[in-house]
Design a protein around this ligand. Structure first.
Ligand code: ADP
Length: 450
């Protein structure tokens, strides 16, 4: 195997450590970068080398493209792993990395560019025969066009930023009275949050499921999937709990969805690990977007397939052919991930950054914890509120739920409010136990409401 000798990890927190763990196993040296408040963070201690990059604000640190490339060159790293968030889906950064004689551990800048536009990717995938929801082709700039589209397909519709992410700027429109304002507001938010005002409108589904397929492809165009994940438990259109496999999956649906996911990867010349996201509603599924990076929830696919996705990312990026054929990948058991955020679930998930005064992480059979925190660690308010991922594996779904309940009982995080009590309620909720979930589940079931 011709892996890299040294890799810079352009991220922080649990994901930086996750990537470094794979590097350590493979004998690859690791380089961390850190902002001022992250001076004592775990990822800094874990790495072989660490460089201060700038002040707390992401634009001065984890988004500082030139400085990151400068450090990588200076310390003679051969590749950069972007993790998720920050620069992971920034095609300009990937391009800069490519041009600096370094390897970007992810797909090509071209692919990131194409899939970074929800609009372009929808158009390309629809042309390739992948099912998509009706949408305003070419984007929408006027309320007249928006109204005409909605009249044709029927309300409700959803306004989305083409360059969007993190659920930002999405607005549901129930009738023609709200269209003009939603378009105007959508363009404003898209411009300020993503630097691109392009928006589009698509048919809104009432309480669908979010199901996604993990794919891996190498430079020879050989691609496989690692089955699906169900990610319908969300707050503000962002995932809180994920599981693999999807509890309502049938063989026929799985064949169709994984086929579509591999078509998506082929059409955009995908290399490395990626995720194809679909909405599922009343027996039909629709391509939503492709995330051209390692996902937070890759852990549960690893647990049910036994494939270490980050190792595969490193192997693929270093030019190795994919180590697996599709028929060597099988599903065994069930895995659930609970995202532990420093947030108050009783107060609309308001962030609750602060100092961890007591910490005890769970263990025992079937439990995996990917976290970046420790006692005395002060969670900086500037970054993502997710502080840990608690994953449980069982041979059956109910065994995974039982282990998750037990691990939640064992998990002690004191000093900040967390989503742990919400996960406790959820793991005892009858509808959840039966697998009857959809994207509005948390609000509909009134879980953790005052
Ligand atoms: P982002 O990239 O901002 O995360 P996505 O397009 O991935 O946005 O959508 C995130 C979530 O928003 C989905 O999981 C789903 O809950 C909801 N959503 C998006 N599009 C639709 C739609 N057309 N109908 C219903 N819900 C939707």
């Amino acid at each position: 195997m011709t892996y890299f000798d040294k890799v810079l990890i352009a991220n922080r927190g649990e994901i930086a450590i996750r990537v470094m763990r794979a590097c350590r196993e493979l004998g690859i040296e690791t380089v961390a970068i850190y902002s001022t408040p992250d001076k004592n963070a775990l990822h800094v201690k874990y790495a072989d080398e660490a460089f201060h990059i700038g002040e707390a604000h992401p634009s001065k640190s984890y988004l500082n493209q030139n400085r990151i490339i400068e450090i990588a060159t200076l310390c003679e790293a051969e590749a950069i792993h972007p993790g998720y968030g920050f620069l992971a889906e920034n095609y300009h950064f990937a391009e800069q990395v490519e041009q600096s004689n370094l390897t970007f551990i992810g797909p090509s800048s071209k692919t990131i560019h194409m899939m970074g536009s929800k609009l372009d990717s929808k158009e390309a995938m629809s042309a390739a025969g992948v099912p998509v929801l009706p949408w305003t082709k070419g984007g929408v700039t006027s309320s007249e066009a928006g109204i005409a589209f909605a009249e044709e397909i029927g309300y409700p519709v959803i306004v989305k930023a083409s360059a969007g992410g993190g659920g930002i700027g999405m607005q549901i429109v129930w009738d023609s009275s709200g269209i003009a304002e939603a378009i105007e507001k959508g363009m404003r938010i898209a411009q300020s949050a993503f630097g691109d005002p392009t928006i589009f409108i698509e048919k809104y589904l009432d309480k669908p499921r979010h199901i996604e397929v993990q794919v891996l492809s190498d430079y020879d165009g050989h691609g496989i999937h690692l089955y699906e994940r169900e990610c319908s438990i969300q707050r503000r259109h962002q995932k809180l709990v994920e599981e693999a496999p999807c509890p309502i999956m049938t063989q026929d649906l799985r064949e169709k969805m994984t086929d579509s996911a591999l078509t998506v990867a082929k059409v955009c010349n995908y290399t490395n690990a990626g995720t194809v996201e679909f909405l599922y509603f009343e027996g039909e599924y629709y391509f939503m977007e492709m995330n051209t990076r390692l996902q937070v929830e890759h852990t549960i696919s690893e647990m049910v397939t036994g494939v270490d996705i980050v190792r595969q990312q490193l192997a693929i990026a270093s030019g190795e052919p994919l180590a697996y054929e599709q028929d060597e990948i099988s599903l065994r058991g069930h895995a659930i991930e609970c995202r532990i955020n420093a947030e108050d679930p009783l107060n609309d998930f308001t962030a609750d950054p602060g100092k961890i005064v007591r910490y005890r992480s769970p263990g025992g059979p079937g439990i995996r914890v990917d976290s970046g925190i420790h006692v005395g660690y002060a969670i900086p308010p500037q970054y993502d509120s997710m502080i840990s991922k608690l994953c449980a594996y069982g041979l059956t779904r109910i065994e995974a739920i039982e282990r998750m309940r037990r691990a939640i009982y064992e998990y002690v995080i004191l000093g900040v409010k967390t989503t742990l009590p919400l996960h406790h309620s959820l793991m005892h909720n009858r509808q959840f136990i039966q697998g009857n979930t959809h994207t509005h589940f948390l609000t509909d079931q009134q879980i953790m409401r005052n």
